[in-house]
Design a protein around this ligand. Structure first.
Ligand code: SF4
Length: 269
């Protein structure tokens, strides 16, 4: 399994800046990130396109950062911004295709060679059909980046659907019909809409910072919750739930179950 097209800027509304640290804050809500990207875009808009000026501007943006990164070991690049006037596409403002020629990516937190060649694990672990489904269902920069980078979440959702249907699911079939695609979008959009998650907890999806500031995979404490495992738990974790009692866990499971059943229903099952 691996993806044969470029996941970062696949088009049709989808674009990603996750590895540039876009979501690496406790408050990574759409509204806050929209404001942050708009401010970075505006701050760099009139800076002369030469390295000294961009280094200075990038440093100023880093120093004025609104909060410390959730995972200190994961860098947050100040060159990330909106590539269009309508604020529908996120990407690197220092990329030569954006500047009109000058490669200013060295002025950010990575070297340009790294930006040019890096591919995140989703390139390896998602199939073309799974990635195309995410692209079609999450045709906006905020949701696309959250979902395309969470392999366990995408696989977990599709696995639950297969259990619900008692058979294999072809992601291409899900993407082909508008009503099915809309139900998949609602399922994937739980990344943004799922209630009661305590959005300021020190978690991002199924990860929490370890003592070095690196992402550490979380598990549910079944003994403390007095719970047994359930098929929805992988997705519940990926949504960032940190349940402290059984009712809370069951509510999260039910939310996932309802959305999976809605996809099955849209498929005519
Ligand atoms: S996180 Fe993956 S898909 Fe997103 S910009 Fe980075 S390499 Fe591309």
């Amino acid at each position: 399994m691996s993806v044969s097209f470029h996941l970062c800027q696949p088009g049709r509304g989808a674009s990603c800046g996750a590895c540039c640290g876009l979501y690496n804050f406790r408050d990574h809500s759409r509204a806050t990130l929209t404001g942050q990207l708009a401010a970075q875009t505006e701050a760099l808009r009139t800076v002369p396109r030469e390295p000294d000026a961009w280094h200075t501007a990038a440093r100023a943006l880093l120093e004025s950062r609104r909060e410390s990164p959730l995972f200190p070991a994961v860098r947050v690049c100040p060159l990330l911004g909106f590539l269009d006037a309508e604020h529908t596409q996120v990407g690197c403002l220092g990329h030569p295709k954006v500047t009109g020629g000058a490669d200013l990516r060295d002025c950010g937190v990575y070297r340009a060679e790294i930006c040019e060649t890096f591919t995140c694990p989703s390139f390896t672990w998602l199939s073309d059909a799974q990635a195309r489904l995410v692209q079609a269902a999450c045709a906006d920069w905020y949701l696309y980046g959250l979902v395309i980078t969470d392999v366990e979440f995408v696989r977990g959702c599709l696995q639950l659907l297969e259990w619900e249907l008692a058979g294999p699911v072809n992601p291409e079939v899900l993407a082909a019909r508008p009503e099915t695609l809309e139900a998949v979008r609602q399922l994937f959009a739980l990344k943004e809409t799922a209630p009661g998650r305590g959005t300021h907890a020190a978690v991002f999806g199924r990860f929490t910072p370890d003592t070095e500031g690196e992402p550490l995979s979380r598990t549910l404490d079944y003994a403390a919750l007095g719970a047994r495992t359930a098929p929805e738990d992988e997705v519940v974790l990926c949504l960032g739930y940190v349940p402290t009692h059984l009712e809370e866990l069951n509510r999260a499971r039910e939310l996932v179950r309802v959305h999976v059943k809605a996809v099955a229903h849209a498929l005519g099952a």
